[in-house]
Design a protein around this ligand. Structure first.
Ligand SMILES: CC(C)(COP(=O)(O)OP(=O)(O)OC[C@H]1O[C@@H](n2cnc3c(N)ncnc32)[C@H](O)[C@@H]1OP(=O)(O)O)[C@@H](O)C(=O)NCCC(=O)NCCS
Length: 354
């Protein structure tokens, strides 16, 4: 018999509910590792916890399915913040040994019920799709496809989702010498731009600018037909977010570029670095404001941060990054630095009855 229940999110590492939280994260990252063929992408439960604690801006609920002996499936529900959310991001994971017994469907139905109660009109799922033989399902963007017979593809199609976008996961092996490329890019960018670096906490001077850039990030990334809502950032949210993340064992290394004539930030990029040097670094947001594009600032930011991370936190095996398959500009930058594709994810959408 399968029982589904909501998990209480532990308030801190080791607090009540911690073991179940660890089990749920283990199923998700275990599945991801199986599909990508590497466990380099995995975050530990302690690293993931801060994401679950931002009730105001990232209201997230976690459900688990348990059989007679153990937790066999986990499902995540994240609603758009605010009083009247219309979008929710969903994820269902089932242990490989417990599949094709209806666990995924039961968890999916649970999430669907929660979404209906919240008045959600659009559900979005990001699902990793490993190699699979046979027919491909192309993304409507014209870039990328997923194997139609894969479990997650058949499952999502069966639940009424449609594929909107394919996202590429890429890996850059470290160490990498970026000196020549960096010098060339500094010259190409010209004298109007200056780089700044910080760790974890945005300097007071840049808080307003960074809040604006974080907000832009939610609308400037190619969103295909997902139509994801704008994520509102204020200085208060930025400060709170950085305080909350201080409990994570990861370090965030930020590179930002200032447009000197205006004194404003033209863009930024973030690397999330695990404490253990044998684990891979995650590339997080990268953004250049529209009005400053065409000066190779995306490349400048990436190269600058790669140089910084290798100088101050050497020894990590790789950097991992995710980009929409149609985001040719960002892929060009990454490929020029040396990133190679390691796998693909489908971004799926389902419109829910109101
Ligand atoms: C996708 C996933 C959640 C399905 O979990 P599950 O417990 O096996 O799902 P169910 O038993 O409820 O299957 C429901 C239906 O999905 C389809 N399906 C599931 N796995 C399939 C497979 N390997 N091949 C073809 N169809 C499959 C079938 O139509 C199935 O119905 P059926 O068994 O009556 O034929 C599971 O494979 C998984 O955890 N994958 C990794 C995580 C992931 O990609 N999640 C994305 C979905 S949010």
């Amino acid at each position: 018999m399968i029982l589904i229940r909501e998990l209480e999110i532990p308030s801190s590492v080791g607090a009540e509910g911690w073991d179940d939280f660890v089990a749920a994260m283990g199923i998700h990252y275990g599945n991801e590792a199986l599909t990508y063929g590497t466990d380099e992408l995995a975050f530990t439960a302690a690293e993931t916890l801060p994401e679950y604690l931002d009730e105001e801006h990232q209201p997230t609920r976690l459900f688990v399915a348990r059989d007679e002996t153990r937790i066999v499936g986990a499902a995540r529900y994240e609603a758009e913040p605010g009083d009247d959310p219309t979008t929710a991001w969903l994820m269902v994971d089932v242990l490989p040994g417990a599949r094709r017994r209806g666990v995924g469907s039961a968890l999916s139905a649970k999430l669907q019920g929660v979404a209906a109660t919240d008045g959600i009109r659009k559900a979005i799922v990001y699902a990793v799709s490993g190699y699979g033989p046979g027919e491909r399902l192309p993304a409507p963007t014209g870039f990328g496809s997923v194997p139609r017979d894969n479990a997650e593809v058949a499952f999502l199609l069966g639940k009424g989702y449609r594929l909107e976008q394919v996202v590429r996961g890429s890996r850059l092996a470290l160490p990498v010498d970026v000196t020549t490329q960096f010098d060339e890019t500094v010259l190409a960018a010209g004298p109007d731009f200056a780089l700044h670096h910080w760790v974890d906490v945005t300097p007071k001077k840049w808080r307003v600018e960074m809040a604006a850039l974080r907000q832009l990030m939610s609308t400037e990334e190619p969103g295909a037909g997902l139509d994801e809502p704008e994520d509102i950032w204020t200085v208060e949210r930025l400060v709170e977010d950085e305080e909350r993340r201080a409990s994570s064992p990861r370090t965030r290394l930020v590179a930002a570029v200032e447009h000197l004539p205006s004194g404003r930030l033209a863009g930024f990029t973030v690397l999330s670095v695990p404490a253990e040097t044998d684990r891979a670094i995650s590339q997080e947001d990268t953004l250049v404001r529209r009005e400053h594009r065409g000066h190779r600032l995306g490349m400048l930011l990436k190269l600058a941060n790669l140089a910084e991370v290798q100088r101050w936190m050497p020894g990590h095996p790789a950097v991992l990054t995710f980009n929409a398959e149609e985001n040719r500009h960002m892929l060009d930058v990454n490929e020029a630095v040396g990133f190679v594709p390691i796998g693909y994810e489908g971004a799926w959408r389902k419109d829910l009855p109101t």
